[in-house]
Ligand binder design. Structure first.
Ligand SMILES: [Zn+2]
Length: 411
């Protein structure tokens, strides 16, 4: 039975660091976690320790465009990413599956190498796009929760302005095919479909037990266009018409919109590095945490960012501290939960996002024996701010080895 001896484990849903005599797994399950006392820091003159954390969840990606790293440099959100003619969509149509797939797989492997076990992907290119990502996920073992979108927006501008039409039969057929491959549905903005289409999407996905996701309030334009066409902002329309499981961005959410999100018990997914990279405002992390929102974290487009949750956690922790305006809030564990145990409210099932005997063997091993980590005075803060990809020794999802550093033995 593979075992780590005398390590430190961030244990349970509250991710409390404990010394651990024995950490073992058998098949896909954590078979023994023999804990000693809680521990928050290492000693100045000690050898350090291996630190075991839950496998990380990246709750918002577009790995399809990881084939174009930094391709949208110098482009606005609209020029780079909007349908139908944004840079991303133009470039994706030029690829064949043979040229595309190796890039997606390489980035999924990079995720594993940086401690990530699962990502929620807003996949472009309709059913074929979903199938391509499924292949990459099967090859690499990193679980892709695929939220597909139509290959082309199924309404023209006139129809969208009139906001009356339902899906035509061809769009409906594409949706049925998409949902037979994907785990759910996503769309760029509420302004890409009619109200009637959103209601139909909610009913169809509900009947088939699929997830629903949407980007909202990434910039003021999302809200303004929605108000101009329908008289209501994009967030309230999303909640009332479409009932999404996750709402991504919330970059410009005001206090009323934050209250609306919390009241509706919706999970928000923040992507502060992507927002910053596009010259947009930064999301109100402190206000959302204070309001009690369930939050997750994502790296967004492969085109904009490396899919490393280590980088996203570091940026988000410091952003939140700056917004709180003191040196105390938030507790580092609150931020680590955005990539771990907060996922349970959305995915449920075998997705816990934390470590406990009898739960899935889904974890990453960090090398706190390294000179820059072995004297950490706050282990969780150091996980957020100092661990680099080179310090990730192994990543396992349900007992399957996704990454293991050369020379690191777990048998
Ligand atoms: Zn996105």
């Amino acid at each position: 039975m593979p075992t780590l001896h005398h390590c430190i484990v961030l244990h349970g849903p509250d991710l409390v660091p404990h010394r651990c005599r024995r950490f073992s797994w058998s098949g896909d399950t954590l078979s023994a976690i023999d804990l000693d006392e809680p521990v928050s820091s290492l000693t100045t003159d000690g050898p350090g320790a291996l630190v075991v954390i839950p496998g990380l969840y990246n709750s918002h990606t577009h790995m399809g465009d990881s084939v174009l790293p930094d391709g949208a440099t110098g482009l606005t959100l609209e020029e780079g990413f909007f349908r139908p003619n944004g840079y991303k969509y133009r470039e994706l149509t030029k690829l064949t599956p043979e040229t595309h797939l190796p890039h997606v797989e390489a980035h999924l492997r990079y995720m594993a190498r940086t401690g990530t076990v699962c990502h929620l992907d807003f996949r472009e290119q309709g059913p074929d796009g979903a199938r391509l990502l499924r292949k990459a996920s099967d090859q690499t073992g990193v679980l892709s929760v695929i939220l597909g979108q139509f290959n082309q927006v199924p309404f023209n501008l006139e129809q969208l302005r009139a906001n009356r039409d339902a899906f035509n039969p061809a769009a409906r057929a594409e949706l049925d095919e998409l949902l037979s491959v994907a785990d759910g549905f996503s769309e760029s903005t509420m302004n890409d479909l009619t109200d009637s289409a959103w209601r139909e999407l909610r009913d169809v996905t509900q009947a088939r037990g699929k997830l629903r996701a949407i980007h909202c309030l990434e910039n003021e334009g999302y809200r303004d266009l929605s108000v101009a066409i329908t008289g209501r902002g994009d967030l309230i329309r999303a909640i009332e018409l479409y009932d999404p499981h996750i709402i991504v961005h919330l970059t410009v959410a005001n206090s009323e919109e934050i209250a609306l999100l919390v009241h509706a018990r919706k999970t928000g997914v923040l992507n502060p590095r992507a927002n910053a990279n596009l010259g947009l405002p930064l999301p109100p992390v402190a206000a959302l945490l204070t309001a009690g929102a369930n939050l997750l974290l994502g790296t967004d487009n492969g085109l904009l960012n490396s899919p490393s949750m280590l980088a996203e956690l570091d940026f988000t922790y410091k952003l939140a501290k700056s917004q709180f305006g003191d040196a105390i809030r938030p507790d580092p564990t609150t931020i680590l939960k955005l990539a771990t145990s907060n996922i349970r409210a959305v995915l449920g099932g075998d997705h816990y996002g934390y470590l406990q005997q009898g739960l899935p063997a889904t974890f990453a091993v960090l090398d706190f024996r390294q000179p820059h980590l072995r004297a950490s005075r706050h282990i969780t803060a150091s996980v957020l701010t100092r661990v680099t990809p080179e310090d990730v020794l192994a990543t396992f999802r349900e007992g399957r080895e996704l990454w293991r550093a050369p020379g690191f033995d777990v048998s």
